[in-house]
Unconditional design. Structure first.
Length: 329
């Protein structure tokens, strides 16, 4: 059963990030007044440069202090501040339905939400960031994906857009009946992750330079991840990568021999966990290290999130650090 909207937006999350700005790395062009710099010169409060006066220019923008010092007429030019397009790409593949612990461990258990899945964590992230972006008057859109695009919302900053995003998130979730922490239905249809196909589809339709927020466990081939990020980089998009993993995936705490089930293909493999734990941790760390290296290579931001831990502290630190770096640059 889909989680109720309320579980995807803890008021504490909003309070902790309300004062932070989600700024893109590039100069963006906007359709309405917003919070992000534009390449167009206008009349905002942020000074850009002086330009020598030419006949016909508006004399209201003359800088008389410069004239007093130089005896020459110069105009003050400012930067318009415009809105940003933010597109959330949220992974809805079957592996996102995984939950190794009951939601009670995080104080989230209810009759309608007995477990807190990776997808629930991803939805909470998306809800908080979308809420903040819309308060900044940015245009926001959502794409849910697995091996292809599953659902979308239009790109908008209009009233009601946040509710449209929440309705889409709650209506299209990985099915816990098909995949749980312990078993998979024998005849269940599984949905894997195909980031290369996703970015092919998304970038073909979104030509305007945007901030893409990828929320996923990134269970895909590293070469496909690299190709996807390279496409976004060469199309001059900015990307924030939020990788969500379950604590069991991070620590591999299993002890008893058992059949382990492929989270995205339903395959079964008999394993002795203590015998392979070291190799598993090494392989996972190599995958995480490569993902971080790719993010640095393309100048994208990356954050690894443990789905068992509260969203607010990690997200607040990440956004504050990102804002500080962008302000410095």
């Amino acid at each position: 059963m889909p989680a109720p909207v309320a579980h995807y937006l803890d008021p504490a999350h909003l309070a902790s990030i309300d004062s932070l700005e989600l700024r893109a790395r590039m100069i963006v062009q906007g359709l309405v007044t917003g919070m992000h710099r534009s390449a167009h010169h206008g009349l905002s409060v942020e000074f850009a440069q002086h330009r020598q006066y030419a006949p016909g220019d508006d004399t209201r923008h003359l800088d008389w202090k410069v004239y007093a010092r130089t005896d020459k007429l110069h105009l003050k030019q400012h930067l318009k501040e415009t809105n940003l397009d933010i597109l959330f790409l949220v992974d809805c593949s079957d592996s996102m339905a995984y939950a190794s612990q009951p939601a009670a461990a995080a104080g989230r258990a209810t009759k309608t939400l007995p477990t807190w899945r990776k997808f629930d964590h991803a939805a909470g992230l998306t809800a908080a960031l979308a809420y903040m972006a819309l308060n900044q008057r940015d245009r926001v859109g959502l794409i849910l994906f697995a091996d292809t695009v599953l659902a979308t919302t239009r790109m908008s900053s209009a009233q009601g857009q946040w509710h449209a995003i929440m309705e889409t998130l709650t209506a299209h979730t990985p099915e816990p009946e098909a995949l749980t922490a312990n078993t998979v239905a024998p005849d269940a249809h599984t949905r894997g992750t195909d980031l290369a196909r996703l970015f092919d589809q998304v970038l073909a339709k979104h030509s305007r330079r945007s901030l893409l927020v990828l929320v996923s466990d990134l269970f895909d081939d590293p070469d496909a991840i690299e190709r996807s990020l390279a496409q976004a980089f060469h199309r001059r998009h900015d990307v924030v990568i939020l990788q969500v993993l379950d604590p069991a995936e991070l620590t591999f705490p299993f002890r008893a021999p058992a059949d382990f089930i492929g989270l995205e293909d339903g395959s079964r493999t008999p394993l002795d966990p203590p015998a392979i734990r070291a190799a598993y941790i090494d392989a996972l760390q190599a995958h995480l290290d490569r993902t971080r290296a790719l993010a640095r290579r393309f100048h994208f931001d990356y954050l690894l999130l443990d789905s068992s831990k509260p969203l607010a502290p990690a997200l607040s630190r990440f956004l504050a650090r990102r804002a500080a770096v962008l302000k410095h640059r």
